[in-house]
Design a protein around this ligand. Sequence first.
Ligand code: ADP
Ligand code: MG
Length: 385
Amino acid sequence: MSQGVERVTAAFRDAFGGEADGVWTAPGRVNLIGEHTDYNEGFVLPFAIDLAARVALRVRDDGAMRLVSTAEAESGTSQLSVQGLRPEHASGWSVYPAGVVWAFKERGIDVPGFDLVLDSDVPLGAGLSSSHAIECAVATALNDLTAARLDAQQLVLATQRAENAFVGAPTGIMDQSASLRGRSGHAVFLDCRDQSAELVPFDAASAGLVTLVIDTRVAHSHADGGYASRREACELGAEVLGVKALRDVSVEELDEARGLMDEMTFRRVRHVVTEDQRVLDTVAALRESGPGAIASFLDASHASMRDDFEISCDELDTAVEASRAAGAIGARMTGGGFGGSAVALVPLAEEDRVRSAVLAAFAERGFRSPRLFTVTPADGARRLA
Ligand code: ADP
Ligand code: MG
């Protein structure tokens, strides 16, 4: 039995007594490239990581849902009922499992009550999608324990529905697609228009590289407003250009677009259009030459987000610049921006040097010390026991 299974089953015995019916797992994710392209119906390239949530579950026959997390900050038992479940009944992290139950029920699936213990090693709020790891683990468990038989695409849509309508977060399909469809040694190439997914080889280790995540631990307060205004600029750009979404604009068409809109809207458009192309170029480079060939796309992506989309911040720029100066072959901020994490592709032999350089650069500027993780592309959600 794996250590992860042992930990969560032991915690289940402590919390509820007796044995769970099974253990399911779902990983966090990191986005390799493709930022703010999802709501423009474009391309993204995340991968599932080797940090995951595990849930031990036992069905109950009274419709009650009892939820326990091993995370110290989230201690205590939440109790809800599967019958008549509504968003206002859930609070704290219980919104994630409850949202999945709600989305399954909305599809007409008969969901029983259950006791659940969550044990996760995805760090909270580091931009690695600890929340989707919970949702995807619970969705995979309920899919096995009920007669639901949802396929991967239906599970993606059910967890998106849980996020949008129950948790109340207007998110796309990237996070759960990576968590549900991920495969060891691969990234997940997603077309956010038709929601099709393809696995693309991304075996950094065999190319002598590691993927280093630098969590700046800052979330600047203008993040929400910044996100909304970027979306509006993209919608305006698409409207002016007479297309359904910026996905429909090519890099060659940018010159002509420049004269049709104000300078700032043009730069927002240019980020999205060039970022879509960089995702396609990254996918082609991974297929033809491997991870060592994508570094320049990561660098260009960061410059575009810093200068054209203006969603970077001093901490993210510092993470990128310090890691590049110390030997990373490419680096970029990842996620929505205004804080969160950066991702750097680093030769194995340089990893220690890059880590020290990033910590030193943050200390020198008086920033809060960042958290550093190396992540490896891992398998998606599945049953463990
Ligand atoms: P991210 O998904 O980027 O990590 P979110 O703010 O979307 O950040 O999700 C973090 C939330 O997920 C936490 O506030 C908490 O409610 C929940 N969460 C994540 N991991 C755990 C855990 N191990 N135990 C309990 N709740 C967790
Ligand atoms: Mg989240």
